[in-house]
Write a protein that binds this ligand. Structure first.
Ligand code: HEM
Length: 374
């Protein structure tokens, strides 16, 4: 910046001296109006082959030849490693949603014209929808009231894996949102010094929380996979939306079909894409070279899949906290109220009562002080 400023100052001084020394022009200097194009310039023979200098004479300010060269994958000096060495500007591509242009610009178009505006809008829409549902309808209460009897729902191992994953997810979501959207809502409020410092700190949080999230997500996936396998009543549950709006009771096993959709769509599918693309961006994915095009593709996959994942988990977090009375305590202490179990997971409760599932699994829950009494 300082170099650029001093160059401008030097140029102005030089121009001043040159003007002072130049003989008085015989004719007054004519300015060029960049909108004054030579008539029929575009139909002149060789128009497409003109150099930038030739173009400037017939169409002042039209730098199309320069940018055409720039976007054509020109060779030149670059200090990039491996296959990219010597390639100054990447060749033309078309990424989904971009025009045909040099790859860096195509990536910029996808990010700035699609992922950021539509991804941001989707997140705001889901948050707005949850707010309207909560204010309009209120949380889902335990209809018949609590029974006071406790049922063991999650072991200490299941809860530890879940909370490690949930905490790292929240760190990644907050830092990711600040890095992607912070320029719009934080920069104007806190100014560039504080925002620069904050986003730099959060970038490091993101890079370190990512691998912990990846490992804990794999453990969560393996831990809960069996009980998230599709079962007979799932389609009926989905068709009735779990009775969330009608209040109707819809039978369900240990996890309902809504939880299964989030499990397979959010944990498995989006989780896989988010983690693989994130590890590629961190240069931790074996076999993926750190080239510009690989980083661009990884960045686009990461942006789309993280937005979809955050959308799904916004719903999960709402239902797991203030949306459904009695759900949070199961993941917090390991036990749920029997009335809650009967209302939300009656088939699972029946299995426990019939002895098909042990009433206490993996040792007692810590910290709840509750005793299983089914
Ligand atoms: C602050 C964030 C979160 C909160 C408050 C939360 C809360 C909960 C609660 C209360 C349950 C128990 C639901 C039940 O008893 O049926 C649960 C289950 C579960 N959560 Fe979370 N959760 C959070 C984040 C996450 C994240 C980030 C993931 C994975 C990426 C996740 C994956 C799961 C899974 C796999 C289950 C087991 C039930 C199922 O398979 O759907 N949770 N969560």
């Amino acid at each position: 910046m300082i170099k650029a400023l001093s160059a401008v100052v030097a140029l102005s001084v030089w121009a001043g001296v040159a003007l002072a020394q130049a003989p008085a022009p015989s004719q007054p200097i004519k300015s060029q109006n960049i909108l004054n194009l030579l008539p029929d310039a575009t139909t002149a023979p060789g128009y497409q082959q003109q150099t930038n200098d030739q173009r400037d004479r017939v169409q002042p300010g039209n730098n199309a030849p320069l940018w055409r060269d720039a976007g054509a994958g020109v060779a030149g000096y670059s200090s990039l490693p491996d296959r990219e060495a010597g390639v100054l500007i990447q060749p033309r591509v078309q990424y989904p949603g971009s025009s045909v242009t040099s790859a860096g610009e195509a990536w910029r178009q996808v990010r700035n014209d699609w992922i950021i505006p539509y991804g941001g809008a989707l997140l705001l829409i889901i948050l707005g929808a949850l707010l309207i549902t909560h204010v309009g309808k209120g949380p889902m209460k335990i209809r018949g009231g609590r029974s006071g009897r406790k049922v063991h729902r999650f072991t200490a191992f299941e809860r530890s894996a879940h909370w490690t994953n949930a905490i790292t997810f929240c760190l990644l979501a907050i830092s990711g949102i600040v890095m992607a959207f912070g320029k719009m809502f934080l920069l104007p409020v806190m100014g560039s010094t504080l925002f620069g410092w904050l986003s730099y700190a959060l970038k490091n949080v993101h890079n370190f929380a990512g691998p912990v999230f990846a490992v804990s997500l794999l453990i969560v996936f393996l831990t809960f996979m069996r009980d998230n396998m599709p079962s007979k009543g799932d389609l009926a549950w989905l068709a009735k939306g779990g009775g969330f709006f009608s209040g109707e009771h819809v039978p369900s096993g240990r996890f309902n079909a809504g939880e299964k959709v989030i499990f397979w769509g959010g944990v498995f599918l989006m989780g896989t894409l988010v983690i693989l693309s994130g590890l590629a961006l961190d240069h931790l994915l074996p076999g993926i070279e750190e080239t510009r095009s690989n980083m661009q593709i990884a960045s686009m996959v990461h942006g789309v899949s993280t937005v979809l994942m955050m959308t799904m988990f916004a719903l999960h977090i709402y239902l797991g906290t203030i949306g459904v009375e009695g759900a949070y305590e199961g993941m917090r202490h390991g036990y749920v109220d029997e009335a809650w179990a009967k209302e939300h997971h009656d088939l699972w409760l029946e299995d426990i009562k019939a002895g098909r599932i042990p009433a206490e699994r993996g040792g007692s829950a810590s910290g709840s002080g509750a005793a299983a009494s089914v």
